[in-house]
Design a protein around this ligand. Structure first.
Ligand code: ADP
Ligand code: MG
Length: 698
């Protein structure tokens, strides 16, 4: 296969291929569309389509697809072949500019949250030239946005691109104020670190809960879990190493910059981190990464679990969204600068993020809300459901000095007027690793750590980009009208620090006392569950901000609210049904078989010698009988609760019933089953245990 350098990106229609296969004129025109978002004319599209098709066919492709990200959270594709009949009875391979630019999948079964009545089955897909086309299997995949005929976004890419545009627009206004006239574009970039579990396919197949819901709904704690911390960064097992090697190759061929992989905290848990890239491409790449992880795992007789909480009592999986903003000249706007002026600019962007995170805590929480992620947030393994920012001691001290007009460390002046006086040089605080903060500054980027492992990163970045665009807009409006730029700048930074410092927290986010302080003293929001936070998507301030920047229409927000809550409800209802089924048809019968054998053993012993007490057998039978009764009762109650969901007035009410009754009953049913597991002989237990699953891959 050659060296990595030879095959990296070999399945991508990237800049190298474009340069080699397109005429100078077509290339220049396409490049302008990619870099500046200018419209593409049809003759250019035709030329690009032909080059793309010829390249794809030479790599063995027979089909093409408009690859998109509907609101299901996974990617969708409908394949069309390139073939067209030729007069001589054969075929030719055809692909036009029109087919490249626009597709019309029959999209009636994708969720639209009421945006598109099913009789209007058609939606359309539109090419996103900023994300390269690539080949998967025998199919040329063209990244696209997906909209209804009414023009409403039905996908995650459209609002993401809009949010990037909003951020670009407002950031440029700020840069102009600092005299940066040459910058043409500001983009946000992301490096998402992805966590996952690997278990054997053989065991996976024996667990209906894993197959139907992606997580174990039962399972007693194994004798050994993660308490020894011996898995984290430990030696990678041969089977896992083979998986990772093939995964890297597949990702590299697709131009995905897979960089680091290591074992995570929990047994059987691992992480993959790519090198960061433009948010839009990072999002596409992360979707592809998740898909390829699962495919490669299958080839190795393994299953890759992307669920946020596959095992209770064991760390779940998240995704760390490393985010920053940079200019087309490569200047990272979240990197402290060398000169006072650059530092003032840096501080302004930093303040924009602080203000954004505080003003839109709810939107950030919503952007990571799923039934699966609710199990992680606040469970002492992931950041709490309360959003706060970690800055590190040094930067914190700088902000405090500015806020109070007091000298910072060695600086003599009593006042630090930004941009005029030399701002103290502060070191990048990279050594202080606060792992418990939901939103941590790590020297030249922020790491948003609340995302669940299966989440598309689109939602989090849509909210982040939009909220920061809003802060920048407020700043730009004020500064553009200011008489004295420096004074206005100083006052604004000072005001931001004063108004928003309650969101800055440099302590331990896992600490119980933090939640108390956050909610009681600092009045930060604490939305524990998806059902709690989702309604706030439609709060006036959020709708106003998101529509003002053209990121969502009001109708789109309404539909997203519906879809996300529907998703929450459906997920938990499927889990509850799976639990009832497993409890009744697998677990209770297994306990019954064991109890009956123990009882028989006691009877046999007594027949031999009536003086024998058989207290062990009696104890086991008593305890297990009580538990089977409990399992039966709880199963019935859970079934009844599920039926009563039909009475819910709307999806909001249903989600509350699920949160308050269904989830509690599921917990109670589980406790009874898990306790029974610890009392039942292993040979009778109908499925692989936690110890089997977590330590099964050699
Ligand atoms: P750390 O060790 O602080 O976690 P790494 O260098 O390992 O930092 O980076 C973690 C992730 O952050 C990687 O995916 C990396 O590519 C990404 N990253 C680094 N710099 C940036 C940046 N400026 N913008 C976005 N992501 C970045
Ligand atoms: Mg990191």
């Amino acid at each position: 296969m050659g060296t990595v350098k030879d095959y990296f990106g070999s399945l991508v229609f990237d800049d190298r291929v474009m340069k080699a296969t397109l005429s100078d004129k077509v290339y220049a025109s396409l490049k302008k569309t990619i870099d500046e978002g200018t419209e593409l004319d049809i003759s250019v599209a035709n030329a690009v389509a032909t080059a793309m098709k010829d390249w794809a066919v030479s790599k063995g492709a027979t089909h093409y697809t408009h690859w998109f990200q509907p609101l299901t959270g996974i990617t969708a594709e409908k394949h069309d072949s390139f073939i067209a009949p030729s007069p001589d009875g054969g075929v030719i391979m055809e692909f036009s500019g029109k087919e490249l630019i626009k597709g019309e999948p029959d999209a009636s079964s994708f969720p639209s949250g009421g945006l598109r009545a099913t009789f209007e089955a058609r939606g359309y897909t539109a090419w996103d030239p900023t994300s390269y086309a690539f080949i998967k299997g025998k199919t040329l995949c063209i990244p696209t946005a997906f909209c209804s005929y009414g023009g409403h976004a039905l996908d995650k890419k459209t609002p993401l691109l809009r949010s990037m545009e909003a951020l670009n627009k407002q950031a440029l206004r700020i840069l102009r104020l600092f005299g940066n006239d040459s910058v043409k574009r500001v983009t946000s970039s992301v490096g998402p670190e992805q966590e996952y579990f690997l278990i054997t396919k053989e065991m996976y197949d024996q667990r209906p809960d894993l197959r139907f819901t992606g997580r174990t709904l039962f399972g007693a704690k194994p004798p050994k879990g993660q308490e020894m911390d011996d898995h984290y960064f430990g030696v990678i097992k041969p089977r896992v190493a083979a998986f990772m090697e093939e995964l890297n190759d597949e990702l590299w061929k697709l131009g995905i910059l897979a960089k680091t992989e290591h074992n995570e905290v929990a047994p059987a848990q691992h992480e993959l981190a790519p090198i960061y890239t433009t948010t839009n491409i990072a999002t596409d790449h992360n979707q592809l990464t998740m898909e390829i992880m699962q495919k490669v795992a299958a080839k190795h007789g393994l299953v890759c679990l992307l669920h946020e909480k596959p095992f209770a009592g064991v760390n779940g999986s998240g995704k760390h969204n490393n985010w920053s903003i940079a200019t087309d000249a490569g200047q990272n706007l979240l990197s402290p600068g060398a000169t006072p002026y650059e530092n003032a600019q840096f501080l302004l962007f930093l303040c924009a993020v602080i203000k954004a995170v505080d003003d839109y805590q709810d939107l950030l929480r919503i952007s990571v809300a799923t039934a699966g992620n609710d199990h992680r947030l606040g469970a002492n393994e992931a950041p709490p459901a309360v959003v706060s920012i970690f800055l590190g001691d040094e930067l914190n001290a700088v902000l405090e000095a500015i806020e109070t007009d007091t000298p910072y460390k060695g600086v003599e002046k009593t006042q630090m007027k930004l941009g005029v006086d030399a701002l103290p040089k502060f070191n990048r605080d990279t050594t202080d690793r606060n792992r418990t903060s939901p939103f941590a500054f790590t020297g030249n980027k922020f790491e948003f750590r609340m995302l669940g492992s299966s989440n598309s990163i689109a939602c989090a970045n849509i909210m982040l980009n939009s909220a920061v665009a809003e802060s920048l807009k407020i700043y730009a409006d004020r500064l553009e009208g200011a008489q004295d730029f420096e004074t206005a700048l100083h006052e604004m930074i000072q005001k931001t620090i004063k108004d928003h410092k309650h969101i800055i927290f440099n302590g331990n986010g896992y600490d119980e006392s933090w939640i108390k302080e956050a909610t009681e003293k600092r009045s930060l929001l604490n939305y524990r569950t998806t059902a709690d936070c989702m309604p706030h998507l439609l709060d006036k301030k959020n709708v106003e901000m998101l529509t003002a920047h053209g990121v969502f229409t009001e109708a789109e927000l309404g539909s997203r609210y519906e879809i996300m809550l529907e998703n929450y409800c459906k997920t938990i209802v499927i889990e509850a049904n799976t639990m009832v089924d497993m409890a009744k048809t697998q677990i209770a019968p297994a306990i019954e078989a064991y109890t009956s054998d123990v009882a028989k053993a006691a009877a046999a012993k007594k027949a031999l010698d009536s003086a024998l007490a058989c207290s062990y057998e009696t104890g086991v039978v008593r305890k297990l009988s009580a538990l089977t009764d409990r399992i039966a009762t709880k199963s019935e109650e859970l079934e009844a609760a599920l039926i009563s969901l039909d009475d819910a007035e709307d999806i909001g009410a249903e989600s509350v019933m699920i949160r308050d009754t269904v989830l509690c009953l599921m917990g109670e049913l589980r406790v009874a089953c898990d306790e029974a597991e610890t009392l039942t002989a292993k040979t009778y237990w109908p499925m692989p245990t936690y110890a089997d699953l977590l330590f099964g891959v050699k």
